[in-house]
Design a protein around this ligand. Structure first.
Ligand code: SGN
Ligand code: CA
Length: 530
């Protein structure tokens, strides 16, 4: 219900009748970032807090609503996670298994279902389900999307009217455009679904101009497993290209200009990728940008660091830029919250903050995602809906991105069509503080994007089952055919693979049984051979 309707209807009805009506068809504002790890959200973790990092606006949402503490993605990579969100299905069922796939827009999406039921539906920002596919085909009335991964500075968008370049910082612009669109939606007598999807904080972590000096001089803590011993790790782990000290490009990731690269820069790729983002800035901003990194870059070149010192320098550079980019996200979440307050529609809006998957922030010395390990498997989700979701709810049940679609439909009082084959379950009752006894006890995961498809990070294809404590993973490629079994309660960093140890026969058998069962339950045709 929008403000215009409130104005006409509020006079004749009691306040309680009004809240019931408001709860009936809420607006849904879905804020979705790219690669935001829960460790970089202070509502989830204090890890960077003591050093001076905070996300007050995302935290505010969590305090005023609910936070999912065990939310996971079903396939830790952008397009597949987005497809799972839209369809409520695992990758093998919605057909979008890796970033090279084309999304089939004729299949069920919760967006089209809301559209059919009177919602005004819009998508602004990262789409990543095909540059040749118009989001209108998936049920969006209005769309304005970044091309492929998009850029941070002066980004280019694809719209029904053609391409356009907007001046400014991508996170700010996507917020501006979302607000503009929601303003327009308020003119009509229908609730809206706004999917506001930022590029941030995706690689290559370019800060807003106003944040170029932010966090300077701060030393971030190192994860316990930062100095991971790759030499003793399985071969497939050694070959994966995700090491901060080894696979980050001096130009693209480390922001070193050609003349600033130390002669012995440690790059296992053996090549550079220059950073083209500053070239998108005006000459004056570009100068400011280069200037802001210059002194530290000079130090790095002259010091010729090696070993752990070099790894730590790169980590500090990486984390600082990542957290700066998150800072702009948090500020923009604050702008959206303020806008809802200004319009007086906060009470009739379900607002969600989430991200397509988790991310390695130096755990095991790595960046990127893909693995079924905790840093990349975890997916943030906080939601506020005053009067429906009590403030301060913490959900520990196992939830997943396939649950978002049915949850949004239930919030909008729209039934999930039986023939849609949706696999997720609505967790709206959990957000309300209920604890249904029959909630799922295991989640299923399957990552497909192997070397053959993606020559950049070389993460092996894998699938597995997780019950909140034990995690069984099967890696299944010619070069990486292996099993891993972890006890997260005793080994939260997943450092000890129990699969090859004696004495775990019963646990192995039980987890294998569950894997077979859950694969059959969701109908994943992949064969398991032990
Ligand atoms: C780009 C990044 C990768 C990243 C993929 C997928 N490289 O290719 O590091 O894993 O996107 O990310 S970059 O040099 O172009 O930044 S996803 O989140 O969109 O799936
Ligand atoms: Ca992503």
């Amino acid at each position: 219900m929008n403000s215009k309707r409130i104005a006409v209807s509020v006079a004749g009805i009691s306040l309680s009748a009004f809240s019931a009506a408001a709860a009936d068809k809420p607006n849904i504002l879905f804020i979705f970032t790219d690669d935001h790890a829960i460790n970089a959200i202070t509502a989830y973790s204090d890890f960077f807090k003591e050093a001076g990092f905070e996300t007050p606006n995302i935290d505010r949402l969590a305090n005023e609503g609910a936070i999912l503490l065990n939310n996971t993605c079903c396939n830790s990579i952008s397009g597949p996670s987005r497809a799972a969100v839209l369809t409520g299905k695992h990758s093998h069922s919605n057909g979008f298994k890796d970033n090279s796939t084309r999304f089939n827009p004729r299949q069920f999406t919760f967006v089209r279902e809301l559209q059919k039921n009177g919602y005004q539906t819009a998508l602004i920002g990262k789409w990543h389900l095909g540059d040749n596919l118009n989001p209108s085909e998936a049920g969006f009335d209005h769309w304005n999307v970044l091309i492929n991964q998009g850029t941070y500075y002066n980004p280019e968008f694809r719209t029904p009217e053609g391409r356009r370049t907007d001046k400014g910082y991508s996170t700010d612009i996507i917020t501006d455009l979302s607000i503009e669109q929601m303003e327009a939606a308020l003119e009509n007598d229908q609730p809206f679904l706004m999917m506001c999807q930022y590029k941030a904080p995706h690689r290559d972590w370019q800060p807003a101009m106003r944040h170029l000096d932010l966090y300077k001089g701060i030393e971030w803590p190192l994860p316990e497993t930062f100095f991971y011993d790759f030499d003793s790790a399985p071969r497939y782990m050694q070959e994966t290209r995700m090491r901060i000290d080894g696979h980050m490009f001096p130009g693209w990731d480390m922001k070193l200009r050609a003349t600033e690269i130390p002669r012995n820069y440690h790059n296992l790729y053996g090549r550079n990728m220059a950073n083209t983002e500053p070239l998108r800035l005006s000459a004056a901003d570009r100068r400011k940008y280069y200037e802001s990194y210059k002194e530290e870059n000079r130090f790095f070149k002259q010091a010729n660091l090696t070993g752990r010192e070099r790894a730590v320098w790169k980590y500090q550079r990486y984390i600082r830029d990542y957290l700066r980019v998150v800072k702009a996200v948090d500020e923009n979440v604050g702008r959206l919250l303020d806008w809802l307050d200004e319009k007086g529609i906060a009470d009739e809006t379900l607002i969600v903050y989430s991200s397509d998957q988790g991310f390695f922030l130096g755990e095991k010395g790595m960046f990127d995602k893909r693995w079924m390990y905790t840093p990349s498997l975890s997916m943030p989700f906080v939601a506020r809906w005053p009067g429906v979701i009590p403030a301060g709810i913490k959900v520990t049940a196992l939830t997943q991105n396939i649950d978002f679609a049915p949850t949004f439909l239930e919030a909008a009082a729209v039934p999930v069509p039986a023939e849609a084959g949706v696999q997720g379950e609505s967790f709206l009752p959990l957000l309300k503080g209920e604890t249904p006894a029959d909630w799922r006890k295991n989640i299923y995961y399957h990552f497909y994007e192997s070397r053959a498809v993606e020559p950049e990070h070389w993460c092996p294809a894998q699938y597995g089952v997780f019950d909140g404590r034990y995690k069984l993973i099967r890696l299944y490629e010619q070069y990486a055919d292996a099993w891993e079994l972890y006890d997260l309660q005793n080994d939260p960093n997943e450092m000890r693979n129990l699969w090859n140890e004696d004495g775990y026969g019963d646990l192995k058998a039980e987890m294998l049984r569950r894997l077979t069962e859950i694969k059959a339950f969701y109908g994943d045709p992949i064969e398991t051979e032990e």
